[in-house]
Design a protein. Structure first.
Length: 270
């Protein structure tokens, strides 16, 4: 039985392929104690059996969003497209912004955070090359929309949010919408979530100043992580990090982006 909830940008499109070195924090940084995490919602049916069936309003708006904002820009993964056609994006934005839920732009969701532009959600998701039943770690739950897309694809989602009100709000929304394949956690995503590692993919939805070593450690060999890296207020690089079979990493720059910063002591942002 599901555990109840108690407390319970504009983007420059175009692919530039290049190898980038990973910036690593010093040893003293890595030795600090990891902060506590709290599981707000636990997946009962990981994988395809845990995804909800939607019969949501505004279906035509979602279809237009996919056709005009996503498919025309080159996203072709049918699992990604089907998930975005079904998940009610308007449920993940503040009530006063719901008339703009399917617009081609990010939107504020409070606490200095945003829900990402639909195209970027689709592009990052497709880049992970997921299969039903994969276990995916998301850093930065935010509104919950990215995790909802992943869950609708039939993967097991572990999502972490450092801002407690957003973490609790997203966990409650997942539960109300009928997701049984999402574990929602309040905590510092820089450290990942070792208890359910290793992961078939990792997606980071806030800009880090470097690729966090704990995330590399928790990624399975041969698998992928997508992460924006760069300073807040500046153009950032959306990186594809692939972990090789011998534990090393290969990095490719996919495009220029603008994300809100990853917060937390180890990332150097507060």
């Amino acid at each position: 039985m599901k555990k109840p909830l108690f407390k319970k940008l504009l983007f420059s499109v175009g692919l530039a392929f290049s190898c980038l070195a990973l910036a690593q924090p010093d040893a003293a940084t890595q030795k600090t104690n990891r902060p506590d995490t709290e599981v707000l919602l636990r997946a009962d049916k990981p994988g395809p059996m845990g995804r909800p069936t939607f019969n949501a309003p505004r279906e035509e708006e979602r279809h237009q969003m996919i056709e005009r904002q996503v498919e025309q820009r080159g996203v072709t993964d049918e699992a990604v497209l089907d998930a975005m056609r079904s998940v009610p994006r308007h449920a993940f934005v503040p009530p006063d912004l719901r008339d703009r839920a399917y617009a081609d732009s990010p939107l504020p969701i409070g606490h200095g955070q945003t829900i990402s532009q639909p195209y970027i959600v689709a592009f990052m998701t497709e880049t992970l090359q997921l299969a039903p039943g994969d276990r995916v770690l998301e850093i930065g739950t935010g509104s919950g929309y990215q995790a909802a897309i992943l869950g609708a694809m039939g993967v097991e989602v572990v999502t972490i949010e450092i801002v407690r009100p957003l973490a609790e709000q997203a966990a409650g929304l997942f539960e109300r919408l009928g997701y049984d394949n999402i574990t929602a956690i309040q905590g510092d995503g820089y450290y990942g979530y070792q208890a359910l590692a290793p992961y078939d993919a990792i997606i980071v939805t806030a800009a880090a100043q470097h690729v966090p070593p704990p995330l590399i450690e928790q990624l399975k060999p041969g698998k992928r992580m997508v992460i924006p890296v760069g300073r807040a207020g500046w153009t950032q690089n959306l990186l594809l990090v692939t972990k090789t079979e011998d534990g090393k990493t290969q990095t490719r720059n996919l495009m220029s982006v603008a994300f809100v910063p990853l917060t937390g002591e180890r990332n150097g942002e507060r």
